[in-house]
Design a protein around this ligand. Structure first.
Ligand SMILES: [Zn+2]
Length: 103
């Protein structure tokens, strides 16, 4: 089951290394990059939390952890995690997906 609110998703960025084996890509909600999951080679928290290879922050979400890994989702997570501007417990990420222009 995939959690559908940002606060749950943010918690899943911790100790998420187990998701790497089934992931193709991952995204960083600090620098907003999307890259191949295999590029993550550094892990914190006893080697369990993925660290972004581009900015060195533990803000990585694998595509195997979410329904759809999009720039819009990363931006929403960034706002929640770093600026806390949105109500994460009531913001359904499916709404975030829908708000992203996929054209
Ligand atoms: Zn990054």
């Amino acid at each position: 089951m995939i959690d559908t609110n940002l606060s749950a998703l943010h918690k899943q960025s911790l100790r998420n290394r187990k998701h790497q084996s089934t992931a193709h890509q991952c995204g960083c909600f600090f620098c907003l990059s999307i890259f191949d999951a295999s590029r993550v080679t550094q892990f914190w928290d006893d080697e369990t939390t993925a660290v972004c290879p581009l900015c060195g922050i533990d803000s990585v979400i694998y595509d195997s952890q979410v329904e759809s890994l999009t720039p819009g989702l990363l931006q929403a997570l960034k706002r929640y995690a770093w600026n806390d501007l949105i109500d994460a417990d009531t913001t359904d990420v499916r709404v975030v997906y829908q708000s992203v222009d996929v054209s």
